[in-house]
Design a protein around this ligand. Structure first.
Ligand SMILES: C[S@@+](CC[C@H](N)C(=O)[O-])C[C@H]1O[C@@H](n2cnc3c(N)ncnc32)[C@H](O)[C@@H]1O
Length: 236
């Protein structure tokens, strides 16, 4: 069972499976995307005149927002055929590959990754890769799930958990719109991985529901004051 869940969670083409119906809206219509963006916006001074790589950019919704808010250039990595096809010709370079197989020739000022690391199995090699991709003095901003929040039961959803060790579990949630499996890790797990590859942890911000999220998606009001995700900020 655990092997099956893990295989799905870390398959770079999970988002191509028929039982996933992934939101293809662009822009900020989705309350959770707006929530992610609101937290990222708090650090938008780091986008100014920066070359940014969006790791696991999905359908590319964040890319033009980064550009409109000062980035010099924005590129993405995305392994799912469907997501790359949805992104289409959005005016940005999207490399159709996973982080592991992405070329190491380029360097960026900032790496941003929203809810992608739960699909990556080998955190040490991925962090080594990020440490090589980012320029000296550059940053990394990762949005990752909050350990306790993702462990909860959810109304109307089938939730399967398998604990991997005291800091990691794999969870698969099946809702009407489809099934998604991912690995959830304690934020300290990511912080230690960063330190091992020489990235300094600036902070890990608990992302508690914003007023706008609770208004537009009332089920999140139950978690008022509790982190749903973390924004982990690293520096080379
Ligand atoms: C939860 S989605 C988030 C997508 C996008 N960042 C967003 O906020 O809408 C996770 C994304 O990570 C991609 N992904 C999965 N494994 C990956 C890997 N090894 N390297 C890079 N991206 C990966 C998936 O295809 C998917 O688009």
């Amino acid at each position: 069972m655990v092997d099956k869940l893990l295989a799905r969670a870390t398959s770079p083409t999970q988002y191509d499976l028929d039982d996933i119906s992934w939101s293809t809206e662009n822009g900020l219509q989705s309350p959770t995307r707006k929530f992610f963006f609101d937290y990222l916006l708090g650090f938008k001074e780091e986008w100014r005149d920066s070359d940014i790589l969006d790791i696991g950019c999905g359908t590319g919704w964040l890319m033009h927002l980064l550009k409109e808010n000062g980035a010099k250039s924005v590129e993405g990595i995305e392994p799912s055929h469907k997501n790359v096809a949805y992104a289409g010709d959005n005016g940005f370079e999207i490399y159709h590959c996973d982080l592991d197989s992405f070329s190491e020739d380029k360097r960026y000022d900032l790496l941003i990754s929203v809810m992608t690391f739960g699909h990556i199995n080998n955190i040490d090699s991925s962090f080594e890769k990020m440490a090589r991709l980012v320029r000296d003095g550059g940053g990394v901003q990762l949005i990752v799930p909050a350990y306790d929040y993702f462990k909860r039961e959810r109304d109307g959803c089938k939730v399967e958990f398998e604990e991997l060790n005291p800091e990691e579990y794999v969870v698969q949630v099946t809702r009407e719109q489809g099934t998604i499996a991912e690995i959830v890790r304690k934020v300290e797990f990511y912080e230690r991985a960063a330190e091992r590859v020489g990235l300094t942890v600036e902070d890990s911000i608990p992302m508690v529901p914003t007023d706008s999220l609770m208004r537009d998606s009332p089920r999140h009001a139950t978690f008022k004051g509790q982190p749903i995700t973390y924004l982990v900020r690293l520096r080379k």
